[in-house]
Write a protein that binds this ligand. Structure first.
Ligand SMILES: [Zn+2]
Ligand SMILES: [Zn+2]
Length: 231
């Protein structure tokens, strides 16, 4: 019996176990089932009931100028995302990154100058062995022909996971967690992450990128778990 959590072949669907030469980790019926009918805010990526921008983003400009997410944060998409994050299923990063890039291409918006994966603190990087945001970024970077920049932003504080904290503690937890080490950083950036949990992490990284001279920051993520936007 095959192990559905660890496909041996890229031609086997990670979710249903079906095999075909056309499959690259996800068969089309399973991919179709993952899609959501709901809308997400163009600015912050939270779930909304209509196309456009949510009520919290309407009042004015935000640190993040636009968000593209690939999947709703719900089962069975969560199975893919958590397998990638915690179970070394790095092939999923390539597949999700490729599909995220295809979605961005379909939007026909101007592409940024560089991709900055959300950095992990070195302590967490050592314990996990990889940064899933970098693995996703690699696929996005290749498909869109945009350079990936893993060196300009560093995580200098080892913070508690955002999901483990209450709403009031999240902003304080992540404040000052990043350092921009490239003083010449300019132009436009897309931050890439796997799951946007609260939005505070990407928001803080975007804030520091803009303080350093970046003029426009987009957020590209596989999923957004939050219901409310961060302004
Ligand atoms: Zn399938
Ligand atoms: Zn919004």
């Amino acid at each position: 019996m095959f192990n559905r959590r660890a496909p041996l072949l890229e031609t086997q669907c990670f979710l249903c176990g079906g095999c075909s030469p056309e499959i690259t980790l996800l068969c089309e019926p399973c991919w179709h089932d993952l899609q959501s009918e709901s809308f997400t805010c163009d600015r912050c990526g939270c779930d909304i009931l209509h196309e456009g921008i949510c009520s919290q983003c309407l009042p004015g400009p935000s640190t993040i100028d636009g968000t593209v997410t690939l999947l709703p944060y719900q089962f069975p998409a969560t199975r893919l995302l958590l397998s990638l994050k915690y179970k070394n299923q790095l092939l999923l990063a390539r597949e999700l990154g490729r599909r995220l890039a295809e979605k961005i291409l379909a939007l026909s918006t101007r592409l940024p100058d560089r991709i900055v994966p959300v950095p992990l603190h070195p302590t967490r990087l050592i314990s996990r062995g990889y940064n899933q945001a970098i693995e996703i970024s690699r696929a996005v970077s290749t498909r869109l022909a945009i350079p990936m920049d893993c060196h300009s932003a560093r995580r200098i504080r080892h913070t508690a996971p955002q999901f483990s904290l209450g709403p009031a503690e999240r902003r304080r937890n992540i404040r000052g967690a990043f350092q921009i080490s490239n003083p010449d950083l300019t132009g436009t950036v897309a931050i890439v992450d796997d799951i946007v949990t609260t939005g505070h992490t990407a928001h803080e990284l975007a804030r520091q990128l803009k303080t350093s001279g970046v003029t426009d920051v987009r957020l590209w993520a596989c999923a957004h778990a939050g219901k409310a936007s961060i302004s």
